[in-house]
Write a protein that binds this ligand. Structure first.
Ligand SMILES: [Ca+2]
Ligand SMILES: [Ca+2]
Length: 312
């Protein structure tokens, strides 16, 4: 082979190599570009979905306001309690779907009721909480552990307490709140609260910024049972069927013989605290917004108390 032919051969291979290299760089650039575009779109859709979900709060506020104007009690037959089926979002820039529901948070046991005005554990509510745990087949020891989490002191309740010495020995270490809780998700940090127990308990409890009565028109079976030591599950189920047609006509009369005397003033047929759960789907992006709303019975409107994205 002559020198000239060998040189031409090398030049050809070099040219082929360069073409292949440029090709692979171009492919990688266009792949990165496609990913960037997709990432930006997802961020944009997420922002839009959050805006739509927050916007739905205004709609819910007017539903709750209208309800207050038209009724003195709150029950599960009312408009606010109807689950909203998927509604299309059909604007020029956004297309998707929103669905949601409003829940009465006073149909649940308010964990912060455990603390009295002095920040100490209030025995009638503590016993009510124990009855709730019992009705749900959960470990009653959790009542003492929750009480220690909330009360201001560092003295472990006997036999069921847990204060900082226990939690600070865990990995990772943490400390008790020693104050009212802001979210029921705090309960997941309690000693002895496993995932299953939390899943069973969480639909029946709430954490509100003030002490609240139970709305017997919306309370769950287990929460109704917690109101007195002699309310069996079948009794509570009977009460639920009694209220089916627009709530109790005389709730005070029905519950007077059933409810623990100290809790008599802590039952009601109306509600101030509601929770909106809005789920918005745009393209492949789906977000859930949980908003706690306070409706003033005096008619001064509905205010947003807290918002949480993705979790209660
Ligand atoms: Ca009402
Ligand atoms: Ca404590």
């Amino acid at each position: 082979m002559s020198f000239a032919i060998r040189v031409r051969g090398v030049a050809l291979i070099t040219a082929l190599l360069i073409t292949a290299l440029v090709g692979s760089v171009a492919a990688s650039l266009s792949w990165d570009n496609a990913l960037d575009v997709r990432r930006t779109m997802v961020m944009l859709y997420r922002d839009q979905a959050i805006q739509v979900a927050v916007g739905s709060e205004g709609w819910v506020r007017s539903i709750l306001q209208d309800d207050l104007a038209n009724s003195t009690s709150d029950h599960l037959g009312e408009i606010w309690a109807t689950e909203i089926p998927g509604l299309p979002i059909d604007a020029e820039a956004v297309q998707g779907e929103i669905y949601g529901k409003i829940e009465d948070l006073q149909g649940r046991f308010n964990i912060n009721n455990l603390l009295d005005a002095n920040g100490e554990i209030d025995q009638p509510f503590f016993e009510q909480y124990e009855r709730l745990l019992e009705a749900l087949d959960l470990d009653v020891r959790l009542a003492g552990v929750t009480a220690d989490w909330l009360d201001a002191d560092q003295i472990e309740r006997i036999p069921d307490g847990a204060e900082d010495p226990l939690y600070s020995g865990l990995t990772p270490a943490y400390r008790t709140a020693n104050r009212p809780i802001a979210s029921v998700t705090e309960l997941a940090a309690l000693d002895g609260m496993d995932r299953e127990s939390f899943a069973i308990l969480s639909p029946h409890v709430t954490a509100l910024p003030e002490r609240t009565p139970i709305n017997v028109n919306t309370a769950t079976v287990a929460v109704l049972q917690s109101l007195g030591p002699n309310i069996r599950q079948t009794d509570a189920e009977g009460l639920v069927s009694l209220r089916e047609d627009g709530g109790f006509t005389d709730y005070a009369g029905v519950f007077a013989p059933l409810v623990e005397p100290a809790l008599q003033q802590w039952i009601s047929e109306s509600t101030n605290f509601f929770q909106l759960k809005a789920v918005v789907q745009i393209d492949t992006v789906r977000i859930s917004l949980f908003t706690v709303l306070y409706r003033d019975q005096g008619g001064s409107g509905v205010t947003m108390i807290s918002r949480s994205l993705g979790t209660i």
